[in-house]
Design a protein around this ligand. Structure first.
Ligand code: CMP
Length: 140
């Protein structure tokens, strides 16, 4: 059975542009409950650890630099079929390929500065959520 939690980050481009509120509104209106949320700024080292699965990719160094370039909002979200439904809400990684009405289509600037992150599996949602939030910080 699919887990009912996923993990997201509002990335530096969207935060800097003042789009966090509009993005969170879309997330809530799509039926996701915010279970935990934190505004923070990644160091290059932490960004590198979060994205270490991509460390062999040509875009890894730039991605770490970009993800540590400004504040982000990290959140754990709850909804039935959370991972799959959230990926549908945010759209394709490259905003040029994202469907109309998706968060990335509306707010993303480029394939790298693509406004939001969404976990790609239940397993990664749990790993990524615990990267930011310990059990003691879990409020609901
Ligand atoms: P995200 O869903 O957070 O997961 C990995 C991130 O790497 C992705 O969003 C983009 O920000 C970035 N990314 C993926 N593919 C590319 C690419 N081809 N060029 C630059 N950045 C990329």
């Amino acid at each position: 059975m699919a887990s009912n939690r996923t993990f997201t980050m509002i990335k530096p481009d969207a935060f800097e542009a003042g789009n966090s509120g509009a993005i969170l509104k879309m997330i809530e209106e799509a039926g996701f409950k915010i279970v935990a949320m934190k505004a923070t700024k990644l160091t290059p080292e932490l960004a590198g650890k979060f994205y270490e699965v991509h460390q062999e990719r040509p875009f890894y160094a730039d991605l770490c630099k970009y993800m540590s370039s400004g504040p982000i909002i990290a959140a754990i979200l709850e909804k039935d079929n959370a991972v799959e439904d959230f990926r549908a809400l945010i759209g394709a990684t490259n905003p040029a390929n994202a469907a109309e009405g998706t968060i990335r289509k509306i707010f993303a600037k480029s394939i790298e500065a693509n406004a939001v992150h969404g976990s790609d599996s239940d397993e990664n949602a749990a790993i990524e959520g615990s990267f930011y939030f310990s059990q003691t910080e879990r409020v609901l």
